[in-house]
Write a protein that binds this ligand. Structure first.
Ligand code: GLC
Ligand code: CA
Length: 820
């Protein structure tokens, strides 16, 4: 299936260079913290050497881009977002050389690297701030930050960390002035009205871009500039700064990207793309809580609603979407009542609430419900944008509400059931954050090592889904079209890109659902389920009916006619064997047919069987009864073969049909037709096989020829069946084991050729009276007509009063003779 759904190599190769610059559209980002990932030197703190050692795991996961949380020197009062030196690595995490080695090793595996550019603020320990607070008002360094003599300026500005901060101003006793900060009071905001600040920021950018990083996440970017009388978010001056940064990037570092963290409404976030001249990417903050809202309310509306409010963005831009990250699940972009509802649903435990959000990981939020986990991830991987996965969520890691701030969602990655979850060999007390050890989420229960071995684990599922997503650029680049079925528990949308259309359908409720999708403009297309390649019925003129399990979802490729040949070749889709009854054979078929299973074959199998036969001309009429009239054994055959005669009764009339029966065993060479023409399964002790039309086996043809040459007679309750050879037979007898070629099986009669010598035709409908064809052939044979196949014999039953019924006619084989 894989290559069927993949773009051909040549197509991929044809991708233009301009296309390559848009790599972030096809990206899947994996977000992690160096300090919590893997500790190579066993001092209890994750480091670059450790991360480098785990790059194979990350590459195998199927992501292609890493986003690293801040790893710069820092007092770590905001976990590294309080930077005290921009152009260095925190010594706990290694050296700059380690960081370089890491970047090279990532690139060697085809992984790109995004790092943090935290420029709204620094730590109060940064050299700039230290000089600023000691500098004279108005001096070069003092001006790096935003100062005030009173704390009433910019009073229209909200506070972000409401749980800890009372004001955006903090008094600095050294400077004897207030400094401005949007976050913690140890994080003074830089002053972007000072051109030296901008120059300094460009120098920082240059530094990391020269080291090879592929992208920069712009932390807290809406707050760069302040203006009295505004709420100090998204100001035009801020956008001007971003445009300049982008201009610089495009000239010096084409192909590197800016990713904006702007926790804003879509119409405001859109401005961070500018006209394609600001940030390449921006997080879609409002979508995230609405995915949780949709499954809580069992209603697609929150998702469709916000996506309809989401404006189109320039073609070189891309949303970044996510379910969880290193922060609290922010509920800033919902209404107050929605926030209360989400808090009640997902953070009933009040310790889980922080600021305007919920500090929990994905799996605990979903109450360890695997179905919800898969559903939410299916949305993450199929909604428009570049998905961002948070480390640990791919194995369903839990959180620790007893840790302060957001540390509970930043605990060490759980690699194995070893000490500290395989994260570090250090004394557990020395760990940067305690590893999770509870019985549900502890590293004993949840770790990479055991999940990598388990094909049904969350990790294996995530890997598979990322593999599926990788095959289709429509996920990253396609447009979005919602379908609005009446059933609002179903979210359905189309993703189109170039000649590809993918249909995603998700049941956001806890109950099974049926849905009728209006796909009328897709008529004739064939849905192919993407995770397994099963082919669904084609889309017709009526609405398309689907049923979905609780929290179930589908991804379908809607294959157009032009795409058919590809999948037809790859999915031969053989008809599965019907659910045959098993005929238990103790001694003979004949005996078994007299038992209960024989009755069931008459009642259940034969009606269906006959209806499918081309030679059965009474298909339209529903028979009152169908039964075996008799089934005498073909004499002298090398295996049990019954010359069964089936009686079909309809009202007063009865017709008789000839179906010779035998069994082909599973351990024998098979004949394709024998399984196509089977009526039932058969089992004799441990041996199983199919009860089938004996005509489909060569044994039958040879058996008839032998019975003919031996002039056999077979008494039956309906009269004596006679094998009547003609004079010419001796010249046309096939050698034992001679090849049999079937001419027609499903015509009104069935014919085959034995050993290029004789043609055997059996008659399906049995009629009393001399068969016109045998009469004619006999006449012509008698006259020695050169072009007539000579009559070699007949199988005829004579009733008690002497009336003949022909079962089979055997003629000499004449090459090029058509199927009669
Ligand atoms: C961003 C970061 C968050 C940090 C804040 C202040 O929102 O995601 O972790 O606390 O900026 O730097
Ligand atoms: Ca370490």
């Amino acid at each position: 299936m894989d290559d069927l759904l993949s773009r051909s190599a040549s197509q991929a190769a044809a991708a233009t260079a301009a296309d390559d610059l848009l790599w972030y559209k096809d990206a899947v980002i994996y977000q992690l913290h160096v300090k919590s990932y893997f500790d190579a030197n066993n001092d209890g703190i994750g480091d670059f050497a450790g991360l480098t050692a785990k790059l194979d795991y990350i590459a195998e996961l199927g992501v292609n881009t890493l986003w690293l949380l801040p790893f710069y020197p820092s007092p770590r009062l905001d976990d590294g977002y309080d930077i005290s030196e921009y152009r260095a690595v925190h010594p706990d995490y290694g050296t700059l050389a380690d960081a370089k080695r890491f970047i090279a090793a990532a690139h060697a595996r085809g992984l790109r690297v995004i790092t943090e550019l935290v420029i709204n603020h620094t730590s109060d320990q940064h050299g700039w701030f230290q000089r600023a607070r000691h500098g004279k008002p108005g001096s070069v360094y003092r001006d790096f930050y935003v100062w005030s003599d009173d704390d009433n300026r910019y009073s229209g500005t909200r506070i972000i960390f409401v749980d800890t901060e009372r004001s955006n101003w903090t008094w600095d006793p050294e400077a004897k002035a207030y400094f401005w900060h949007r976050f913690y009071s140890h994080q003074p905001d830089l002053n972007f009205d000072n051109p030296r600040v901008f120059k300094a920021v460009l120098a920082v950018m240059r530094f990391w871009l020269d080291l090879g990083v592929d992208g920069l996440r712009l932390d807290a970017v809406p707050y760069l500039v302040e203006r009295e009388g505004t709420h100090n978010e998204n100001l035009p001056e801020t956008h001007e700064i971003l445009r300049q940064m982008r201009g610089y990037l495009d000239t010096k570092y084409p192909g590197r990207v800016l990713l904006a963290e702007a926790n804003q409404w879509p119409e405001d976030t859109k401005d961070y793309f500018g006209t394609g001249d600001e940030c390449h990417m921006a997080f879609h903050f409002p979508l995230m809580p609405r995915m949780y809202m949709a499954i809580a309310r069992e209603d697609r509306f929150p998702i469709t609603d916000i996506m309809r409010q989401t404006p189109d963005i320039p073609s070189n831009c891309q949303w970044a979407i996510f379910l969880r990250n290193h922060d609290e699940l922010t509920l800033e972009m919902v209404t107050d009542s929605e926030r209360d509802y989400l808090w009640e649903t997902y953070a009933a435990d009040r310790r889980a609430r922080l600021n305007l959000g919920i500090r929990r990981r994905l799996t605990p939020l979903l109450e360890r419900d695997r179905r919800r986990f898969e559903l939410m991830n299916s949305l993450l991987l199929s909604m428009p944008g570049t998905p961002v996965l948070y480390y640990g969520d791919e194995i369903g890691m839990g959180d620790n509400l007893h840790l302060g701030d957001r540390d509970g969602v930043r605990t060490p990655m759980q690699w194995s059931p070893d000490r500290n979850g395989g994260f570090s060999r250090a004394d557990p007390a020395a760990l940067v954050l305690p590893a999770i050890m509870d019985s549900l989420y502890g590293f004993d229960a949840i770790n990479v090592e055991s999940q990598a071995r388990d094909p049904h684990s969350i990790l294996s599922w995530v890997r598979r889904m990322l593999g599926v997503r990788r095959q289709h650029r429509a996920f990253g680049r396609g447009g979005l079209r919602f379908i609005y079925p009446k059933n609002r528990k179903i979210l359905a949308y189309l993703r189109d890109y170039e000649d590809e259309t993918i249909l995603c359908v998700a049941n956001v409720s806890r109950t099974p659902q049926a849905v009728e999708l209006d796909l009328s403009n897709m008529e004739g297309r064939v849905p192919i389920e993407l995770t397994a390649g099963s082919v669904f019925p084609p889309i017709g003129q009526l609405t398309y009916l689907l049923t979905l399990a609780p929290y179930g979802f589908y991804w379908f490729l809607l294959a157009s006619e032009a795409q058919w040949p590809a999948w037809e070749v790859h999915t031969p889709a053989p008809e599965p064997l019907p659910e045959y009854e098993t005929l238990v054979i103790r001694d003979s078929i004949a005996h078994a047919l007299t038992g209960a299973v024989g009755g069931r074959i008459e009642r259940d199998a034969l009606p269906v069987y006959l209806a499918k036969r081309r030679w059965f001309s009474e298909k339209g009429e529903s028979a009152d009864t169908i039964s075996f009239a008799c089934a005498p054994a073909l004499p002298g055959a090398d295996r049990e073969t019954l010359l069964a005669e089936v009686e079909v009764r309809h009202r007063a009339a009865a017709s008789h049909w000839f179906i010779p029966l035998t069994i082909t065993w599973e351990d024998e060479p098979t004949f394709a037709m024998a399984s196509q023409l089977a009526l039932a399964r058969a089992r004799k002790a441990r041996r199983v096989g199919l009860l089938t039309d004996a005509f489909a086996t060569p044994h039958f043809a040879h058996g008839v020829m032998r019975a003919l040459s031996e002039r056999r007679e077979l008494p039956t309750p309906q009269g004596v069946i006679r094998f009547l050879p003609e004079d010419g037979l001796a010249d046309h007898l096939p050698t034992a084991g001679a090849e049999v070629k079937w001419l027609s099986v499903e015509q009104s009669n069935s014919s085959l050729i034995v050993g290029d010598a004789a043609m055997l035709k059996i008659l399906r409908r049995l009629n009393e009276g001399i068969h016109p064809e045998s009469e004619m052939t006999r006449y012509l044979t008698g006259k020695s007509f050169a072009h007539t196949a000579p009559l070699l014999g007949e199988v005829v039953r004579a009733s008690e009063d002497g009336k003949p019924t022909t079962f089979a006619i055997i003629q000499g084989f004449v090459r090029n003779q058509d199927d009669a």
